[in-house]
Design a binder for this molecule. Structure first.
Ligand code: MN
Ligand code: MN
Length: 322
């Protein structure tokens, strides 16, 4: 745990303008010792699990760039994460772009160091396979709940003749490995054509709560938030946000876009609704900057990261008071 008296701050924009300086997440200092932070911002520049359009390996660098737009205080909740907690950029995991098992081991080892030091991880991918090795570190004391925003369930069994580790399989593996409790999993925004009529069987038969996009538009974000709290309860939970859950009109820079999603405002409202949960970490994945030269998708990623950071900081401050 970090020293309460000295907190890291973003670079002062009245001294160095926001387009200047070295790009780090939220313009925070780059710190290598996780014992100095409460919340560790970590890049995972790895997309070897991608089955279609690659490019999410470039997500962390571009989200660092776009995160220069983020200010210090949430405009609705008034949460000031850098006053509540010590937050810093812990850099990127040194991933292996050619060897999936080796890269996953490196990711798990990095996050294990962070968690053993008492810090809460907030990661930026990378494709959605990144979340599996992160969960191997996060769920060290038993399965956690999962709030999963995505167009896809990511519970397929294998691709290309038995390959078990892709961005379409992480949450099936996470159930098999005892990292997540399927009865405390909620998936929000699922849609798009599927490979076979039984593609959703694993999620549904293990008891995951699947909110297909049709239900989302029927009940709205306020009722989705109630459902998240009902499914997750008070026990530890991890939040994972695949930006393709959002409509590709807002997030074209992603590998597997699906039309007909929620908008960025819905996404922000649902993330704000996570306040009060026992959150033990989170990530934003599948931002693929090469498909969006405007940078908007990475700006969405940076903004969602700030939303998650605020609820993580609030959860940390509440836990510290107990
Ligand atoms: Mn996904
Ligand atoms: Mn997806």
């Amino acid at each position: 745990m970090s020293d309460d008296t000295k907190k890291f701050s973003p670079i002062d924009a009245s001294v160095m303008p926001r387009f200047g300086g070295m790009p780090t997440f939220m313009r925070l200092p780059h710190v290598t010792d996780p014992a100095l932070v409460d919340i560790a911002l970590i890049g995972v520049p790895w997309d070897a699990g991608t089955t279609n359009r690659a490019g999410a390996r470039h997500g962390p660098r571009e989200i660092r760039n776009q995160s220069s737009f983020m200010r210090a205080v949430h405009h609705v909740s008034r949460i000031a994460p850098y006053e509540l907690c010590n937050v810093a950029d812990l850099g990127d995991v040194e991933v292996n772009p050619f060897d999936i098992p080796d890269a996953m081991d490196k990711i798990t080892a990095f996050f294990r160091d962070v968690i053993d030091a008492g810090a809460v991880p907030l990661a930026v991918g990378g494709d959605h396979l990144c979340t599996l090795p992160i969960l191997r570190a996060v769920a060290k004391d038993g399965p956690v709940g999962l709030i999963h925003f995505d167009a896809h369930s990511d519970t397929n069994d294998s691709y290309f003749g038995g390959n078990k580790y892709t961005h379409g399989t992480p949450f099936r593996r996470a159930v098999e490995e005892g990292l997540i409790d399927p009865l405390r999993v909620i998936q929000i925004g699922i849609r798009g054509s599927i490979y076979g009529a039984d593609d959703m069987a694993f999620a549904e038969e293990t008891g995951m709560r699947v909110i297909y996009i049709e239900e989302f538009f029927e009940i709205g974000s306020e009722n989705v938030i109630k459902e998240i709290h009902r499914v997750i309860g008070d026990a530890p939970a991890y939040v994972t946000f695949d930006v393709d859950g959002i409509d590709p009109a807002f997030t074209p820079g992603t590998g597997t876009p699906e039309i007909g999603g929620y908008n960025t405002y819905d996404a922000q409202m649902m993330l704000r609704g996570l306040q009060g949960l026992n959150l033990v970490g989170g990530d934003v994945v599948e931002v693929a900057p090469p498909f969006d030269p405007s940078g908007t998708t990475a700006l969405v990623g940076a903004t969602l990261m700030f939303e998650i950071l605020c609820v993580l900081a609030d959860a940390h401050a509440r836990a510290a008071k107990r």
